[in-house]
Design a protein around this ligand. Structure first.
Ligand SMILES: Cc1cc2nc3c(=O)[nH]c(=O)nc-3n(C[C@H](O)[C@H](O)[C@H](O)COP(=O)(O)OP(=O)(O)OC[C@H]3O[C@@H](n4cnc5c(N)ncnc54)[C@H](O)[C@@H]3O)c2cc1C
Length: 362
């Protein structure tokens, strides 16, 4: 089939790579001038193990499977990554009960190697840590996500696929046997494809509304969960990822590390109604309080506003979130898959989601 993938974020690139591998002729349309200019360049770059997500949820399934696929891809394509492991820490009895629940869920989800350890064992691993117990997850890691996305792009081109940049998809309609797709940008025009994948991230709902005869009730609402990061202006003190217990809408302000070993904190959860990426320095106050819960040694004036990202959520505060992968079986429109709500752990899950999407295209 001639397959059009809309969006060159990590999900669109993984789908394009997988579709090309399955023998399809693949074109990616991206409205900006490069790959990874959306949600995919504004995250924690963590390879999640799959600890938290509810049984049978798409996030649980695709995170665990996607993580295994991603480590294998990194190894075979020389993508820089480090399986550094992560500690989910408890600083009081109520948090310990929460961490134990996460451990039980991790076991149901089939996550390998997790174990509960005491405060002393945790401090033996990370000397600066203050906690009464922790969940140790050895399968969690970090990745240079841009190298990963470049590798997917390279694979796509090796199989004859291509990305058209500065090419927004404006609308489309299905006239059997083709999808007629109208492009804007520098060279506007209309082209036919056998199948279409909407991997437009924060733009997925807006695009779905411009698909002729697509049922309006099948377009979910979009809820924006902004996550702010603060950099640490000092020598890193942790060599593993350190997470507190999760909060509503996110995993809690945690220690993230990049491949160069630099330490930063975030993301928090700020519910917003319009896209904006400014990091308000005043939010640092809340960060100091939360981080000192597990790292009392955090010096004053050491946090500097860094970047932010926006989670394309389908649910608001207090509601359970999941991915929505809507193919013909769900919405009744042939050869079309819409991806909605691909928030965390979308990077980790990307190769597994891609396999599902390609299977739904037939
Ligand atoms: C704060 C934060 C932290 C996160 N941390 C992690 C983490 O540590 N680990 C993890 O696994 N996941 C994490 N995630 C989740 C992960 O980043 C996302 O799931 C993933 O990047 C989503 O990729 P995407 O391709 O769907 O979206 P995007 O990267 O946004 O790509 C969509 C693309 O579509 C393009 N587009 C939109 N509309 C159109 C149109 N009409 N025509 C053409 N192109 C269009 C956009 O320009 C964009 O490039 C995090 C997310 C956030 C927000």
């Amino acid at each position: 089939m001639q397959v059009l993938v809309i969006g060159a974020g990590v999900i669109g690139l993984a789908v394009a790579h997988t579709a090309a591998q399955a023998g399809h002729e693949v074109t990616v349309a991206e409205m900006t001038g490069g790959i990874a200019n959306g949600v995919s360049s504004r995250n924690s770059e963590v390879i999640h193990a799959g600890l938290y997500y509810p049984t049978e949820s798409l996030r649980a399934r695709h995170c665990v499977r996607g993580r295994r696929m991603l480590y294998a891809f990194c190894a075979s394509h020389n993508v820089p990554h480090r399986k550094c492991g992560k500690l989910v820490v408890a600083t009081n009895a109520a948090e310990l009960a929460k961490v134990e629940t996460i451990h039980a869920q991790a076991q149901i989800n089939g996550v390998e190697g997790t174990e509960m350890i005491g405060g002393n064992a945790a401090r033996a691993m990370e000397g600066e840590l203050s906690c009464i117990g922790a969940l140790w997850s050895p399968e969690t890691g970090i990745i240079d996500s841009h190298s990963y996305m470049r590798a997917l792009w390279g694979e796509l081109e090796d199989r004859g696929g291509m990305i058209a940049f500065a090419t927004p998809v404006e609308r489309m309609s299905f006239k059997a046997p083709y999808w007629r797709v109208q492009f804007g940008g520098r060279e506007p025009g209309t082209f036919d494809f056998n199948a279409v994948v909407n991997a437009a991230g924060l733009g997925a709902q807006a695009l779905a509304r411009r698909i002729e005869s697509y049922p309006a009730e099948q377009v979910p609402r979009l809820v924006l969960g902004k996550g702010n990061y603060f950099g640490y202006a000092g020598k890193p003190v942790f060599s593993r990822l350190i997470y507190p217990t999760p909060v509503d809408g996110g995993l809690g302000v945690h220690v993230t590390l990049d491949m160069a070993g630099r330490m930063r904190f975030g993301p928090d959860v700020e519910w917003i109604t319009e896209e904006n990426y400014a990091v308000d320095p005043r939010r640092a106050d809340g960060f100091y309080a939360r981080i000192r819960g597990y790292w009392p040694g955090l010096p004053d004036n050491s946090l500097v506003p860094d970047y932010s990202g926006i989670r394309p959520k389908l649910r608001g505060p207090g509601e359970q979130a999941d991915f929505l992968i809507a193919g013909p079986a769900e919405h009744g429109v042939p050869h079309l898959v819409n991806l909605f709500g691909i928030e965390s752990p979308g990077l980790t899950a990307s190769l597994s989601i891609a396999e599902d999407v390609v299977a739904k295209l037939a």
